[in-house]
Design a protein around this ligand. Sequence first.
Ligand code: ADP
Length: 467
Amino acid sequence: MKRWLQTRTLRFRLALWYGAGGTLLLAGFSATLYFYVSDQMARPLSQNLERDLETVKRSLQIRPGNVLVWNRRIIGRNAQWTTEYPWFELWDEHGVLVRRFWPFTENRVAQLPNSPARGRETLSVFNVAPDIRLRVLSVPFKVPGHQHDWMIRMMRIHEPNADALGDLRLIIFVALPIVVALLVVGGYVITRRWLSPLDRMVAEANRITADDLSRRLPVQNPHDELGRLAIVFNDTLDRLEGSFDALDRFVADASHELRTPLTTLRSVGEVGLRRSRAVDEYREIIGSMLEEAQRLQQLIQRLLELASAEGGAPAIQRSEIQLDEYVATCVGELGILAEAKGQRIEFNSEPCTVRTDAVIFRQALQNLIDNAIKYSPPDAMIRVDVHGVDEHVTISVTDQGSGISAENREHLMQRFFRPDRARGRDSGGFGLGLSITKAYMRVLGGSLGYEPAQPTGSVFRLTLPKA
Ligand code: ADP
């Protein structure tokens, strides 16, 4: 059954549950209503029977020899029912009918079935003639001088507004199937209509492939569940499309970057072999070929670093480091490069500790200081500041270089981005350093920011969480 249900459509299953659930609920409700109403109608009858019983207990006496006395008057053996008596029967301890008082002649009605169940109170309804139903209350009856109880049966016409109850039954039996049918059909139609956007989404999703990620799912109502699902799905597609584009660009850029040194390498070799040359000339040609090979090696090294950082691959080994001292050491080591260009690195710091991966952090910081040295004029001053703000530490590298124009800032951290390609190549850059730094910072749970320095130059800022 479960497996069969799973092969049906959602709207079929919903309609089925509407039908089954609706039937159960309505049947339960109708039965409760029916029994409540019939009980309410019958209750006054029961109360009348109780009252009759009281009258009998008050007025009837049984004297020795089973002589019946009603209000101090002896009732003869053949006494007929009068309006003075409620309707009742008296049964002795042996289950023998002693007397019956009711207004019916014996041939008009059938007998009540059986003698009453002895020793306990019961309430029942009997048909004694086609048009006569009796409501009967049987109770044990104490008779002085007798060891065991007799039974007394009080009777009244049972007429719990039979017509109204009959109507109620009819309404329930006719209305119930109609309501259930309406529920099933209505449920099917409504779910069909509500779920129709899903069909369109499925059709559209089928058309979305890796080759055509530009399509988006239709959003009919952004507030309902399907609309929200489509929005989330579309967001995912946006990101996926972005990643695919970035990957395409990366592959194109990487192959372009690899091709240039390879072509150079080849043409230098070919030119060198065109005619025989002096040893010094060969030496020079091989030297420039080695230079290109080295450049190629560096590029591949950078690409591997980037792949590792962006894939989150570097195994992080966090430890507590005294950041001010650690940065001071890095600055000291890189200061040698700066000095070679006649530059000076100034270092300001307040004591602070962080829990991070020292090697990865050093790589990120080194990229920024390298850049500051590369892109600042000789004799310029570079400043490195470390200071803690709440739960974070900021390390900023400020230089007095040419800065980065507003239009280039937004591309700054894209792979292979070099605003000034010629200058970049001269100074050995591939446009990958900032991308790698950004990826490293993401791995460490921090970030990389940029802002122009005043009056000229750049401030690159690394932010790290302290813990
Ligand atoms: P690379 O330096 O290897 O070319 P980066 O990703 O580190 O690659 O930098 C990308 C570009 O951003 C550089 O080519 C340079 O034009 C610019 N840039 C980076 N840092 C600085 C800086 N401190 N001052 C001026 N320009 C910079």
